[in-house]
Design a protein around this ligand. Structure first.
Ligand SMILES: [Zn+2]
Length: 213
């Protein structure tokens, strides 16, 4: 298991050299940003407490024991705890109402396996949403994001999943044919583009541009 990200600057430097050779990356995000991301990604619910005081479950934090001068040991303790938690869920029924995105993330998502959209508390803030804005501004800002997420239910990935998120052909065959024919226009258009990366021209693969992932 790679724990280089959790070790000190010596390991960080070796890792940076490695990525420079492999991917050509010249710079990487600041140390503080990596630390904030790490805590937010792994303890998002605790970090989000300020956003959603009333929903914050202090019991989940109480189970963890952290010490301010033992970062690496804290990471290992956290990993042990989260592995136990994940394994204990193996025989439980799937909780379809469980949030997959923490409240402090400024983003929105569509989950095709559950056919649902997530709008965390942090994305429902100015300038994207404000209860005092005129409706026109809210529709134009958060409204366009809601529309974007909604279309994922019908895009080249989402169309394979039905209203319960199960993978099933639920479109009429004529609709599928027309969808594929129209997609071909986009594929053709993007096949004609080239992108210059580190002094070299690369042809875009139009098929890969059809969805976000
Ligand atoms: Zn999207």
């Amino acid at each position: 298991m790679n724990r280089a990200n959790n070790l000190d600057a010596r390991f960080d430097k070796v890792q940076q050299d490695f990525y420079r050779e492999i991917y050509g990356t010249k710079s990487q995000s600041a140390r503080w940003k990596k630390c904030v991301d790490y805590v937010n990604n792994n303890m998002g619910m605790a970090v989000s407490a300020l956003y959603v005081q009333e929903h914050f479950n202090s019991a989940s934090k109480a189970k963890l024991h952290f010490e301010s001068d033992k970062y690496f040991e804290n990471v290992i303790g956290f990993l042990r705890n989260s592995t136990n938690k994940t394994q204990s869920k193996l025989y439980d029924e799937v909780d379809r109402d469980k949030w997959t995105v923490v409240p402090s993330v400024v983003n929105a998502h569509y989950h095709r396996y559950r056919n649902l959209m997530s709008f965390p508390a942090a994305v429902l803030q100015s300038p994207l949403f404000n209860k005092d804005y005129p409706n026109s501004l809210n529709y134009g800002a958060i409204g366009s994001i809601v529309g974007h997420e909604l279309t994922h239910g019908f895009d080249s990935n989402g169309r394979h999943h039905d209203s319960n998120g199960n993978q099933r052909l639920w479109w009429h065959p004529n609709t599928i044919d027309r969808f594929i024919a129209k997609s071909q226009c986009m594929t053709n258009q993007y096949n004609n583009y080239t992108v210059r990366v580190m002094g070299e021209d690369h042809k875009i693969n139009g098929i890969l541009t059809l969805s976000e992932v």
